[in-house]
Write a protein that binds this ligand. Structure first.
Ligand SMILES: CC(C)(COP(=O)(O)OP(=O)(O)OC[C@H]1O[C@@H](n2cnc3c(N)ncnc32)[C@H](O)[C@@H]1OP(=O)(O)O)[C@@H](O)C(=O)NCCC(=O)NCCS
Length: 326
């Protein structure tokens, strides 16, 4: 039986650091409030000449290096993002050009913060069906471009970055065990970016109303996230026949330390089995899980034989999980 195995990971963050102290000078907030309510201390901001595809391409190059694979061997590039360079061409096509993946097909996938895990699930299906052998799945965002820097309820949360994995066909026992994808449109208004799209076209009035920036009802989003993640981790472990105690490492979407603690509590998992990059990078949406995974691999927290549970939640609403035997 064919399985999909992650054979290389990579990530990239821009150099510029925006600290909570910097935010104190921009909006009515404090480092203490942000740390206590979110667990975030700083985040990265893309340079003026960097688009999402630049961040994604660098993460992809690092993942290819780690896998020992040439870009020309990639069959498919999947980029999960809500901050594409432009509406079209896809960011995946731009990445294809930047890394020289001459034979690949390429497309973007929009599932907000769950996008990377949606992408991993789709890529898994492409591999298990025998259609493709080598796939790059990338989560990349430049959220700093779509944040309302006057809204203290959202601007403290988000940051820029990219993470990538190389997924390859294998006949071995390690690889993706199961993935679950969920969505519920009834609460879409909790978290959205209304413009630019076909409905709201960023007229001067729309811009004045900040329709081109992230709109979020923080408290309700928080509650929806905890509930959805509680349910999906239970269902994922049930589907795989794996007990929570058998999970070696939880790699959660890095949105808010209190949401992550709630999921860990649900799994009766001590926080030292939860991989965190939130404090350094904030919420990087689709990039957050692959960035955390890459750091976990490079620091030795993920080693062969370990069972890894990844989960994410975001606008849509969407939520998703993946259980991986490394
Ligand atoms: C945004 C979030 C940190 C706000 O924390 P909260 O505990 O829910 O706070 P509330 O929104 O209830 O606001 C409480 C108070 O803090 C204030 N506040 C909001 N942001 C603040 C900030 N940056 N600094 C100081 N005070 C702030 C509010 O204005 C409110 O004041 P009031 O009581 O005088 O009206 C939290 O709701 C959250 O993280 N939600 C999930 C967001 C998320 O993860 N989104 C992405 C999903 S992928």
């Amino acid at each position: 039986m064919l399985r999909a195995k992650i054979t290389g990971t990579g990530s990239y963050v821009p150099e510029t650091v925006l600290t909570n102290a910097d935010l104190e000078r921009m909006v009515d907030t404090t480092d203490e409030w942000i740390m206590e309510r979110t667990g975030i201390r700083e985040r990265r901001i893309a340079a003026a000449n960097q688009g999402t595809s630049d961040l994604a391409a660098e993460a992809a190059r690092r993942a290819l290096d780690a896998a020992g694979l040439a870009a020309s061997e990639i069959d498919l590039i999947l980029v999960a993002t809500v901050t594409p360079d432009m509406l079209f061409p896809s960011t995946a096509c731009l990445v294809q050009g930047k890394i020289g993946a001459t034979r690949a097909a390429a497309y973007d996938l929009a599932a907000a913060c769950s996008g990377f895990l949606y992408g991993l699930s789709v890529a898994n299906s492409h591999i298990v069906s025998g259609q493709y052998k080598n796939i790059l799945v990338i989560g990349a965002e430049t959220l700093s471009r779509v944040v309302n820097w006057k809204d203290r309820g959202t601007c403290i949360l988000f940051g820029d970055g990219a993470g990538a994995v190389v997924l390859q066909a294998t006949k071995g026992n390690s690889g993706i065990v199961t993935t679950l994808l969920k969505s519920d449109p009834s609460l879409w208004q909790l978290l959205c970016l209304p413009s630019v799209g076909s409905r709201i076209h960023a007229s001067p009035l729309d811009v004045e109303a900040s329709m081109h920036t992230i709109q979020m009802k923080g408290n309700e989003t928080f509650k929806a996230a905890v509930k959805a993640l509680d349910e999906i981790v239970d269902e994922t472990l049930g589907a795989a026949g794996v007990k929570a105690a058998e999970v070696d490492l939880l790699i959660p979407h890095q949105a808010n330390i209190r949401i992550i603690q709630a999921t860990a509590k649900r799994l009766k998992m001590p926080m030292d089995k939860v991989y965190l990059i939130l404090e350094k990078y904030g919420n990087t949406s689709a990039a957050s899980v692959p960035m955390a995974l890459d750091e976990a691999v490079r620091t030795g927290a993920v080693t062969p034989g370990k069972t890894i549970l990844m989960e994410a939640f975001g606008g849509g609403l969407t939520w998703a999980s993946a259980l991986v035997k490394w």
